[in-house]
Each structure stands twice: as structure tokens, then as C-alpha cells.
Write a protein that binds this ligand. Structure first.
Ligand SMILES: Nc1ncnc2c1ncn2[C@@H]1O[C@H](COP(=O)(O)OP(=O)(O)OP(=O)(O)O)[C@@H](O)[C@H]1O
Ligand SMILES: [Mg+2]
Length: 267
């Protein structure tokens, strides 16, 4: 399959994995993004932060094609995605996995069946037994015990549901992973374990990760760079020390407030 893909998609592309330029999103009279630019580099974990409602999830949805922007361009792996049909972008969409805010597993499907959904969608001819084998492996990779595979989402703890979501996001061996608030609602130990899992996957599979989070510990522990959303734009991107050197009030309050200092002191 990989060989077949390489004829359609340029796998040697080594520019930014995601390149967003001049993005504008609005809902009625509410403008969420205006002239927003963002690059995500190959192999990095980019943290995306910003106050609630600043448009982090909308930004992710515009990148993966679930939200049609008013203006701007979005390129993933050097391929322009806006204004193209699902069929035209299938070779790019296969190369990413997504964990939505809240998990968004199908409640009527077991964990293994959830993991098989993207395989069914993108590789409908894949042999059933092989699909099952791959699903088993992905469940394992996500750190869930094999006994979790036949369970329904309602039978899992919150942390297990997140891992099941990761297993599904990894279904197609993605090169790019989108995670929207993956540690929200987890206890600190569970959240740290999830951070370790993300880091391990990034290192062992060579993934690029677009990671939306409010979790300061996560930002310090695993993000290579952090992008800050405010005032309808990405107002800064850099390492945490680079961001700390800026005198924007939101950045200072976020990273230098009591919680930010506590997270930094634990490193
Ligand atoms: N489908 C939609 N229709 C109308 N408004 C929307 C829609 N989706 C998002 N919005 C609005 O866009 C703004 C940004 O929403 P978004 O979900 O991106 O915020 P967020 O930064 O992810 O917040 P949080 O940290 O709480 O998850 C919000 O004001 C929200 O109400
Ligand atoms: Mg959100």
C-alpha cells in the first residue's frame, strides 16, 4: 500500500507538515480567526494553547477539513486541502489520526470495532481477519490490556476511553496525530501516563503531533514548541522559555501565574 501511495503523494516532502496562512473563520457575526498563520514542523510536538473559546478546536477542524474557512490556505504535507473533494484528499487524510475533544468513540461499537472504523473507511477491501489483527495491535500500542478490545465505551474508565481513542487515531499508521485536550478529565497520574504515551509514540513512530491542551504539565513535559491563540490569531510560537521572554499579558499570566510556576518548578 505504501508504494501505491507514494505515486500519488509526495512522501519526501520536508517542508512544514502543516502550513496555515491567512485563515479566517466566522460563525455569523462572530469572527473566530482573522489572518491566522501557523506552521507545524516535521517530527515536533506542537502544543496549542489559548483561553476557552479562542478557537483551538475550530482551528483543528479547519486543518482536517471539517470546517470550511472563509479565507486562507491550509496545506498538509505540502498538499492544499481547501476546496477539494473528500476523494481528492483521501491520500493525505489517510496520513493523519485524530483524537477529538471528549473522545468521540462510537458508543454502540466495541473498542476493537471503533479502531476498525478508519480501516473500513479508507481500506474497504482489507481482509477482515487482518483488520482484526491490526486492531488488536493498536489497542496494545495504546497501553490498554487486550481484555479491553471487546468492551463498549460505557464499560471503560475515562482514561481507558482516551487510550481507545488513541488506538483508533493510530489505526492507519499515521505520520501526523491531532489530539484535542487528551488529558482533560484525567487524574494527574493518568495524565502523566498519557503524556508519556504521546512522547513514546512520537519518538518511536516518528510522529508529528498537533496537541491542543490546557494542561501546563503536559506543555512542560512533552511539547517541543507551543503556539498561543489569542485575539483571533496565533500571537506567538516558540519554546516555553521563548514565550516567557515575551511581555504579552495573557502569556505572562498563563505561564508565569501560580499554576505555570508550579508546573515549571516540577521539571
Ligand atoms: N459549529 C459552530 N457553530 C457556531 N459557533 C461555533 C461552532 N463551533 C465553534 N463555535 C464557536 O467558536 C468559538 C471557538 O470555539 P472552539 O470550540 O474552537 O473553542 P476552543 O478554543 O476549542 O475552546 P475550549 O478550550 O473550551 O475547548 C466559540 O465561541 C464557539 O462557540
Ligand atoms: Mg476545544
Amino acid at each position: 500500500m505504501a508504494e501505491e501511495d507514494s505515486m500519488i503523494v509526495n512522501r519526501d516532502f520536508d517542508g512544514p507538515v502543516i502550513c496555515v496562512k491567512g485563515l479566517r473563520n466566522s460563525f455569523g457575526s462572530q469572527v473566530v480567526h482573522e489572518n491566522l498563520d501557523l506552521d507545524v514542523r516535521k517530527g515536533e510536538i506542537l502544543g496549542v494553547v489559548g483561553g476557552s473559546g479562542t478557537g483551538k478546536s475550530v482551528l483543528m477542524r479547519s486543518i482536517i477539513g471539517l470546517q470550511q474557512p472563509d479565507e486562507g490556505s491550509v496545506e498538509v504535507f505540502g498538499e492544499s486541502l481547501l476546496g477539494r473533494s473528500e476523494a481528492e484528499t483521501i491520500d493525505v487524510r489517510k496520513r493523519w489520526g485524530v483524537l477529538f475533544q471528549g473522545g468521540a468513540l462510537f458508543s454502540t461499537l466495541t473498542v476493537a470495532e471503533n479502531v476498525m472504523v478508519p480501516m473500513r473507511e479508507f481500506y474497504p477491501d482489507m481482509d477482515r481477519a487482518f483488520r482484526r489483527e491490526v486492531a488488536k495491535y493498536k489497542v496494545c500500542l495504546s497501553g490498554l490490556p487486550p481484555e479491553a478490545s471487546p468492551k463498549y465505551p460505557s464499560e471503560l474508565s475515562g482514561g481507558m476511553r482516551k487510550r481507545a481513542g488513541i488506538a483508533r487515531a493510530l489505526a492507519l499508521d499515521p505520520e501526523l496525530l491531532f489530539l484535542d485536550e487528551p488529558t482533560a478529565g484525567l487524574d494527574p497520574i493518568g495524565a502523566a501516563a498519557f503524556d508519556n504515551l504521546t512522547r513514546e509514540l512520537q519518538q518511536t513512530l516518528g510522529l508529528t503531533v498537533f496537541l491542543i491542551t490546557h494542561d501546563l504539565d503536559t506543555l512542560h513535559a512533552i511539547c517541543d514548541r507551543v503556539a498561543v491563540l489569542a485575539d483571533q490569531q496565533v500571537i506567538a510560537v516558540g519554546t516555553i522559555p521563548e514565550l516567557l521572554a515575551m511581555d504579552h499579558p495573557w502569556i505572562q499570566e498563563y505561564f508565569n501565574g501560580p499554576r505555570g510556576r508550579m508546573a515549571a518548578s516540577q521539571r
